[in-house]
Each structure stands twice: as C-alpha cells, then as structure tokens.
Write a protein that binds this ligand. Structure first.
Ligand SMILES: [Zn+2]
Length: 73
C-alpha cells in the first residue's frame, strides 16, 4: 500500500509552479496530472515523480498504461 497521505501531498513537478498540478490515481499504479496529462508511475509502491517519466507517458491513453509499470531507466 502506498501511503495515502503521501499521495495527497504529491503534485506534478512541472505544473505545481503555476497551477495546482493535482494528480488523479489511475489503474492503481499511475498518477495523472489534471493540468498537463503527464503520467507518473508508482513502482514498487514508490511514486516516481520525475519529469522525464511524466513526459514519456504523457501521450499514452490511461487505458493503455502498463500495469504494473516498468521500472524507470
Ligand atoms: Zn502537470
């Protein structure tokens, strides 16, 4: 289980400077930014909040996101 309080505090690192950067949890192991659509994987219960990861999955439809997510390279 990922700590729910931690999840609530997390924001998209790109958008948080100018907007809310709120994240929606999708398919249990993905966090999707409401503002820009970048998607951050939760790998082995740890949210990977790297902009490079968010960029990589931004164009992938939520239904096509892999579960479990691959480890970041
Ligand atoms: Zn964002």
């Amino acid at each position: 289980m990922v700590n729910p309080e931690l999840l609530e505090m997390l924001r998209c690192p790109v958008c948080v400077r100018e907007k809310s950067g709120l994240l929606d949890r999708v398919r249990e192991v993905w966090l999707v930014c409401r503002d820009c659509g970048r998607k951050y994987p939760i790998v082995e219960e740890i949210p990977v909040m790297l902009i490079s990861e968010g960029d990589k999955w931004a164009a992938v439809a939520p239904a096509d996101l892999p579960v479990p997510p691959p480890r970041p390279e």
